[in-house]
Each structure stands twice: as structure tokens, then as C-alpha cells.
Write a new protein. Structure first.
Lengths: 520, 405
């Protein structure tokens, strides 16, 4: 049996970060990945006719500056959205609004007095987003983590918020558990602007804009934006792949051993101490430290034999909410579709269909009862294909559809086509050429994501990112410091603090914890 | 039809009127001055005729007590032993077939959830009896084990025969094998063709047996037992008499002498096995079990905690619920159960005390008693002596074969 210092399970971005960082400390590291290549839910797949692109994570999000700095990712070619990302809020009745980069620093298409009110509101949002900025890069204070440093950090964060003044602080306390709907309706009038903010605060989580605490979703997003590398998001075309490739190269250079197509079937645990892993093909590896970057649900319910787990923890893991609610539609178009007004679609823009707050809320109602959304909301990115495949010159549209249930009341087989057609006919309304130029299309639903990417529920955050599963409650209060009751087993996936898209801090924090806790 | 089926299977714990055990009619017929209470959803007697006489039947002749309301869980399957090893603190692999062991189970903090008796009927067939309900806990603990858990509480009933003449009554009933049945052992037999399970167990510290049977056998068996006991002083008893006997035997009861960890609201009310004086049950040499890590860690940390002690108290005033003081001024704990023991001829009590490591403290403990004498309270400070339970030791409890009367 081959032996390593560390075995990392899952080559998603968090797995790669942990592996690279631990290998850099001189440990021998083995990274096991079930699929054929690295990247996890951000990995590139052959989509159509030899054309490769990330099937899931193609939306432009930021990556943590700490990760870039710590692993020295600068020396690799990271592609960013240099000009910032504009969002076009599509509306069928009125003119579309254009929401400038940096979350609407400038907004075109709204009245001047409305913009003034938005500016004030936006300032408030950003002031309050300090809440998560500093906390994200720290191991949460909790049951197992009571160091002076982490407590001090919590106090500094609170002080920073308090020092903004009594009024601001009271405002934060008033707003923190509110729903997005009440907040935007207090100040704003423009329907599509309210729709846009509602969409952004609830995408990926099972809340509607009228659900209490949905505002936290927005705060979380803004915090990430502010602590992203150079406050930029990854470029729409190739940005995600450039990040994943950089992480892979970094891990490779630090001497990580990779074994692909090796799905771990179980962990070897002796009297609550992790000793190694067993693969589905029968191969075994041993290590003192095992880090699981897969979902906590998969880690504990699939890999750890429940016989080795406290009943209390079994209960808490089973109680996690992890059914996915976002689907991904990828479409290859002959060329860039034209808008109604003849102008071309912009490949540097995010297009958003959330015409109003009510639209987002009513679609969420369908999700609650496991039904297909009536008029689905989605965000969409276009990128030109420049690869050497036969699709050179074509355009890929990546569409994230909100509020699609994991388990549908009806049969998904029939409804899949219905959902696709709903989205396409919506786009068709303002880009009449769209349908005609479709070459290929494919829709990946949450339960399909679960199967293909080995993530329970097909949830892109691994488990819900809501008020009861943040910071020291993520994924549960006794696992929030990345260690587990099984000695030598750590978790570092998106299901841990702070999680969130491709941010990467879950992996980095876990690596720091392991470096501090376990000797070689 | 559907409605009657629903009625049969529903949980009757909180329903009114209270559920009646198959022995209810028999016990109700024995009532002369009855007091009843709710035990686990069943209408159960606290006193049927006379508390003292009922108690003395346990110690002098034989008593019959209805134990049907106990929660009875059947655990069957090839991994039943492994499952119980994860659930409970004792090593079930060491428990032989046809024996009964007193055991307890803990949560992940090593705090006691409940105690109970585990009957090993065969290699892969167990019955677990407990004071509190635990089906969800048992089911959640069984994840990953090939085992079936059945709540038999409503389908099986039981009586407890306790007292010096209990063996003689069973002999009269024609139960073979009573002579060879050692304490904490069990066997399956029949009384007038009704299958029963007899174990030499009880909650009195006396010679005694517990008999489990299916509900439909209840009437016939209780009639047979009652008839056989006519000349052996068989008396039907309520809980109060049993409670006196169990205090003399030094047995503790969940949610009376300690708070079950899943009932406790205040964090400092939870107790580890060591605190209950039951550290000897915990087998740290076996594999993983619920609470093991916390129990090991708590042994390393040298904190003071509330522990259960057995006390003898000067005088004869009742001390139930009284506060215990060190040096007549510093509070150290509370009495949880207390009686005047007719056998030991002493005032005895179980109490939870936080004493710390110092030995000298043991010499200077006092209990504050407010004695009501004809509408006037007298505040008394009585000397407390810590003793090793049980308060009484009866040779007949372990005698094998038991004496025939």
C-alpha cells in the first residue's frame, strides 16, 4: 500500500488549493479525483464536437486575493474582466437598464432621482458588506476554535462595523435579517432594477426575495466582490479555465501526485482515526492526514462508514439542506445574435432576465412546491469560440436558470424540453434571430449535476448558504473549523466556511488549519 | 375499518384518557384506596391499597407490579451486536446469550441519555427496556448497520414479581428451571401453553423475576399467578412501594436522580457515567461508541462535577428535596430521592453533590431539613454520612437456587 503524508479527495478548486499549499510545506501529497480531469464543478468538458469549456461554472465570479497571493498565482496567466462587468437587465415592456460594473456604480436607463436613491442604498450595502470581508479569511470562532487571533478578528470586524457610527450600526442590525424585497421597495421604484437586485441576492440559494434573511445573500455576494483579487471578476471567456489551470500548475510544481479516474469508495477508519482511503477499483492508499474537498454530505454519508460517526453528527449531516436549485443551459450559436435594435450582443456583459421582484418571487414559489418555474429567470453570458475545433467562430451562450427544483413533481424527462423552450422563447423576444442560429443545446439539471459531478443534491454551494449555515455554523457547529471528530480527517469543500463560487478561501483556510494542527 | 387501524397504531403517550395496560383490569380490581399517575402514557397505580403494606410485601412475601409501560425495543439482525456496541457503553460482545445487563447510552458529549436493561435473547436478538422513549435515537444510530428495530411497547406486556416468595410462586406455576436461573439470566418457557420470557431481574434489590409476554396472554397469566400466590402473600403494588425498595437498593432513575441529556435545558445539568457512579460500565477497550471520545477527554481534564452519592442521615425526618451544606454554610448539592428505610432502620438518600477532590469535606456535610410539626416548621441541620450503595444487602437476592417457602 502506497503511503503519503496527505491525501486530498476531489480536484475541485478547493482541493487543488489545499493540495498545492500542503505540498509547498514539504509534505507528500496525493490528489484523488473521480473524473478524468481536474477542476471539479469548474472543470472543462467536451461539450460539442470536440469543443471544450466549463460546463457549469462559466459565470464570471471573483477569486480571493488571499488565494492569489498565497499560492503566487500571478505568475500564471489569469484572465480577468479588465473593464469590469456590466449587467444588462432585460425587460420586455420598458427599456433595458444597464447596470454598470462594481455592482451598479453607474446605472443607465433609470430616472435621475431614482439613481440618487440607488446610490445611497448601494453605499449602505457596501458599508455593511464589511461583515464578511474580514471573517472570510479566518477559521471561524466556534466550539473547537477559540484562539486569541480568531476571537480578536471577530471583535475587529464588529468594531469596524460599529465605528461607522451609531446610526449606521443600527441600520445594519435592522437590515441584516430582512428580506431583499422590503429593502428595495423602501427606496426604489424601477421594476427591472428591483428584479436585478432580487435575482442577485437569491441566485443559487433556496430563498425568494420576500424570504426573511434573503438580504444576507446579497451582502455575501458584495463581500466576495470586495475581497476578490483586484476587485475584479474572472473574464467571461476562459477566465474560469485560466484559474483552474493556474491552480493545477501550482499544485504540479509543488509536487502533488495526481491520480484521476479514481473514485474513493470509503475511508479506512480505526477507532475514530483516519488511516487511509480505499478506491472503487480496490486500490488503497494510506496517509496520516486526509482532506476531503467534496461535499460534507458525501464525505460523511458515503465515505465515512456511519458506524464510526456519533449519532448526533449523523443527524446534523442528514439535516443539511443540499438539494440544488439552479440549472445550466449551454447553447452553441452560429454567431452573435442581434438585439431588436440591431445592435450586437456584447461578450463583456452579463444579460439578466429578472424583469421584476414579483417575477423572481413567483418563480421561487414554484420551486418551493417542486414545480417548474412559469417564466424562469436566468443570467446569460456570451463568449466567442476561438478554439481549433470545428466550431471556431461560433458563439457559446452560458445560461444559469434560477429556481429549478431538484426533484420535480412531474417527470423531468418531459419537462426538460419545456424548460429549455421557455428560456429560449424568452430570449427570442428581444433577440429574434436567436432560435434560428442555435447549433447545439444542452441542459444540466440539479439531479444530473449530482450524478455527473458527484455532489449530493447537485448544489453548487454543496449545502445551502443561508443564515443558519454561515461562519461557525457551516456546515455544522462542530465541523466549522475544518476538522472532524475523526482524527486526521479534514473537510475543505464549498460546504465549509466561507464557501461561495470559486472564491477558494475554504481550501486556503483548511490548509492553514492543517499546517497548524498536524505535524508532517 | 381504516379508522380503527389508525387508532391501534397511533402513539398514545399524550392522549386522553390514558392508555390502559392489558393488566389494568386486574390492578384496578385490587384497588381499595387508589392513586394513579401517568407513566409513559399509561394509567399506572402509585398506591393501590396501602403504601407500607405494599412495600412490606416486597421484602416479606411477594409483590406483583405492572411493568408494561416500560419502553421495550426489539433489536434483531446480523449486526445487532455491533449496533448495540455503538449505542451503549458496555461491551455487548461480552454479554452471553440468555443474560441481562444493566447498561446506559450517551450522546456525543459523553452525557448520559438514559439507562436501561439489555436482554440478549439469542445471538442476533435483543430486547432493550428503558424509562424514556428512544426510537428516533435508536433508528438514527442504526444507520449503516444491518439491523431491525421494533418498538414493542404496545405489543408486549410484563409483570414484575419481587419478594422472597416469588420463586416459590413460580414453582407452583410449574415453571421449570427456576432453581437454576441465576441473577441476570433469562429463559423462555410457557405458563399454561402461553410463551413467556422470565428473567431474574428487578428494581428492588430483592429476589425477584420479570415476566414478559404478548398482550393476548396477559389475562390468563395474571390470573394463574394470582391464584398461585394466594398462600404466599402475593400483593399487587403501585409505584410508591417500588420506589422505596429501589432507593434502598441504591438504583437511580432518569429524570429523578439525574436529568437525561436530551431533556436537559441547562448545560450544567448533564451527567457523564462517572458522575452517576456508573463509570464501571464504560468499556473504553472496545471500538467506537457514542460519546467515547468525550468520555476519554473528560478523564484527562480534572474538573469537579456533580456526582451522585448515597447518604445516611441522622434522625428520622424526611429529607427529600433538601439542600446539603458543607460546614453548615456552603451549598454543595441537593437530595434527589430519600426515604426512611424500614430495613436499614435509617434515613437514607441519594443526592447530587459537587464536592471536589478534597477528602476532608466529606467529614463535614450537613442537610438542612424543614420539618413541619403541627403547622410549625422546625429548621434542622442533620449530619450526613456518605456511604457506599446499596443501603441493604439481602443474601436471598443472589442465592441460587432460591429458598423455597
Amino acid at each position: 500500500m502506497k503511503s503519503y503524508d496527505v491525501i486530498v479527495i476531489g480536484a475541485g478548486h478547493n482541493g487543488l488549493i489545499v493540495a498545492s499549499k500542503l505540498a509547498a510545506s514539504g509534505r507528500s501529497v496525493l490528489l484523488l479525483e473521480a473524473s478524468e480531469t481536474y477542476g471539479g464543478m469548474a472543470r472543462s468538458e467536451v461539450l460539442f464536437e470536440g469543443f471544450q469549456a466549463p460546463e457549469l461554472a462559466s459565470n464570471a465570479v471573483g477569486i480571493s486575493k488571499d488565494v492569489v497571493k498565497d499560492l503566487g498565482l500571478n505568475k500564471y496567466e489569469l484572465l480577468f474582466n479588465e473593464d469590469g462587468l456590466k449587467t444588462v437587465g432585460l425587460s420586455l415592456e420598458n427599456d433595458s437598464i444597464i447596470f454598470g460594473s462594481d455592482f451598479g456604480k453607474n446605472v443607465k436607463g433609470i430616472r435621475e432621482d431614482e439613481f440618487k436613491r440607488w446610490k445611497e442604498l448601494r453605499k449602505k450595502f457596501f458599508n455593511q458588506s464589511h461583515l464578511f470581508q474580514k471573517l472570510a479569511s479566518q477559521i471561524p470562532v466556534g466550539r473547537n476554535q477559540k484562539t486569541f487571533g480568531s476571537k480578536a478578528n471577530l471583535i475587529v470586524t464588529a468594531a469596524k462595523l460599529r465605528l461607522q457610527g451609531k446610526e449606521q450600526f443600527q441600520e445594519l442590525l435592522r437590515m441584516i435579517t430582512m428580506c431583499t424585497a422590503d429593502l428595495v421597495e423602501e427606496e426604489l421604484e424601477t421594476s427591472s432594477l428591483k428584479g436585478l437586485i432580487s435575482f442577485d441576492s437569491t441566485l443559487g440559494i433556496k430563498l425568494g426575495p420576500r424570504s426573511p434573511t434573503s438580504y444576507l445573500g446579497l451582502l455575501y455576494k458584495l463581500s466576495q466582490m470586495k475581497s476578490s483579487y483586484e476587485e475584479k471578476s474572472l473574464s467571461i471567456s476562459g477566465g474560469v479555465t485560466s484559474f483552474i489551470n493556474a491552480l493545477f500548475k501550482s499544485a504540479e510544481e509543488n509536487g502533488v501526485d495526481f491520480v484521476f479516474k479514481s473514485k474513493v469508495s470509503s475511508l479506512t477508519i480505526l477507532d475514530s482515526v483516519a488511516k487511509g482511503v480505499k478506491l472503487e477499483n480496490g486500490v488503497e492508499y494510506s496517509a496520516k492526514t486526509i482532506v476531503s474537498s467534496i461535499s460534507p454530505v458525501n464525505t460523511f454519508l458515503d465515505l465515512v462508514d456511519l458506524k464510526n460517526l456519533e449519532t448526533d453528527l449523523t443527524r446534523r449531516i442528514k439535516a443539511l439542506r443540499y438539494s440544488g436549485n439552479t440549472s445550466k443551459l449551454n447553447i452553441i450559436l452560429e454567431d452573435l445574435p442581434k438585439l431588436n435594435g440591431c445592435q450586437n450582443l456584447d461578450t463583456n456583459c452579463r444579460y439578466l432576465y429578472a424583469p421584476s421582484l414579483e417575477s423572481v418571487e413567483s418563480n421561487f414559489n414554484f420551486l418551493k412546491y417542486n414545480q417548474l418555474p412559469a417564466d424562469p429567470n436566468f443570467e446569460m453570458y456570451f463568449s466567442e469560440i476561438t478554439s481549433e475545433s470545428s466550431l471556431n467562430g461560433a458563439v457559446m451562450a452560458s445560461i444559469c436558470i434560477q429556481n429549478t427544483p431538484y426533484s420535480l413533481k412531474d417527470d423531468w424527462k418531459k419537462s426538460k424540453e419545456v424548460l429549455m423552450n421557455k428560456v429560449i422563447s424568452t430570449i427570442q423576444k428581444w433577440a429574434p434571430e436567436f432560435k434560428k442560429s442555435i447549433l447545439y443545446k444542452s441542459l444540466l439539471l440539479p439531479h444530473e449535476t449530482e450524478k455527473k459531478y458527484f455532489v449530493a443534491g447537485g448544489h453548487w454551494h454543496h449545502n445551502e448558504l443561508q443564515i443558519d449555515s454561515l461562519y461557525s455554523l457551516r456546515p455544522t457547529f462542530d465541523l466549522s473549523d475544518y476538522s472532524t471528530p475523526i482524527d486526521g480527517l479534514f473537510i475543505c469543500g464549498a460546504g465549509t466556511h466561507p464557501g461561495g463560487n470559486l472564491f477558494g478561501l475554504s481550501g486556503l483556510n483548511a490548509a492553514k488549519k492543517i499546517l497548524r494542527e498536524s505535524s508532517k | 375499518m381504516i379508522k380503527s387501524k389508525e387508532r391501534k397504531d397511533r402513539d398514545t403517550t399524550f392522549s386522553k384518557p390514558l392508555f390502559r395496560s392489558p393488566f389494568y383490569d386486574f390492578f384496578a380490581a385490587q384497588e381499595t384506596e387508589g392513586h394513579w399517575y401517568n407513566w409513559n402514557g399509561y394509567k399506572s397505580p402509585t398506591i393501590l391499597s396501602d403504601e407500607e403494606l405494599e412495600y412490606f410485601s416486597i421484602r416479606s412475601t411477594c409483590s406483583v407490579f405492572d411493568i408494561t409501560p416500560l419502553n421495550k425495543y426489539r433489536i434483531i439482525g446480523p449486526q445487532a451486536e455491533d449496533f448495540l456496541n455503538k449505542l451503549t457503553v458496555r461491551d455487548v460482545a461480552k454479554q452471553n446469550v440468555a443474560t441481562v445487563k444493566y447498561t446506559l447510552w450517551c450522546d456525543q458529549e459523553g452525557f448520559v441519555i438514559d439507562d436501561g436493561t439489555l436482554f440478549r435473547i439469542s445471538d442476533n436478538d435483543f430486547r432493550l427496556c428503558s424509562q424514556e422513549k428512544h426510537l428516533p435515537w435508536l433508528i438514527d444510530t442504526s444507520c449503516g448497520f444491518d439491523v431491525e428495530i421494533i418498538d414493542e411497547t404496545k405489543h408486549f406486556c410484563g409483570i414484575s414479581l419481587q419478594g422472597p416468595t416469588s420463586a416459590s410462586i413460580l414453582r407452583l406455576l410449574g415453571v421449570n428451571g427456576i432453581d437454576n436461573l441465576k441473577p441476570f439470566h433469562l429463559f423462555q418457557t410457557k405458563i399454561s401453553n402461553m410463551p413467556i420470557m422470565i428473567s431474574r431481574t428487578g428494581f428492588t434489590g430483592d429476589l425477584g423475576y420479570e415476566i414478559f409476554m404478548k398482550n393476548n396472554a396477559a389475562n390468563e397469566i395474571i390470573e394463574k399467578v394470582w391464584a398461585a400466590g394466594t398462600n404466599h402473600g402475593l400483593t399487587a403494588i403501585g409505584y410508591n412501594a417500588l420506589n422505596m425498595a429501589r432507593i434502598e437498593a441504591g438504583f437511580i432513575v432518569a429524570n429523578i436522580d439525574f436529568i437525561s441529556s436530551d431533556h436537559a435545558i441547562r448545560a450544567n445539568r448533564c451527567r457523564r457515567p462517572e458522575d452517576l457512579g456508573l463509570g464501571w460500565l464504560v468499556d473504553l477497550n472496545k471500538g467506537f461508541f457514542n460519546g467515547k471520545k468525550a468520555i476519554v477527554n473528560s478523564k484527562l481534564a480534572n474538573g469537579t462535577a456533580f456526582k451522585i452519592y448515597a447518604l445516611e442521615i441522622d434522625g428520622k425526618e424526611p429529607v427529600e428535596g433538601s439542600i446539603i451544606y458543607y460546614n453548615k454554610k456552603d451549598e454543595v448539592g441537593t437530595v434527589t430521592s430519600a426515604i426512611w428505610s424500614p430495613v436499614a432502620k435509617k434515613s437514607i438518600a441519594l443526592a447530587q453533590l459537587e464536592l471536589g477532590p478534597s477528602k476532608s469535606i466529606l467529614e463535614n456535610l450537613w442537610v438542612e431539613i424543614y420539618a413541619l410539626k403541627e403547622l410549625q416548621y422546625y429548621k434542622l441541620m442533620k449530619k450526613v454520612t456518605i456511604v457506599k450503595p446499596p443501603f441493604i444487602n439481602l443474601a436471598r437476592r443472589f442465592a441460587c437456587p432460591p429458598v423455597n417457602y
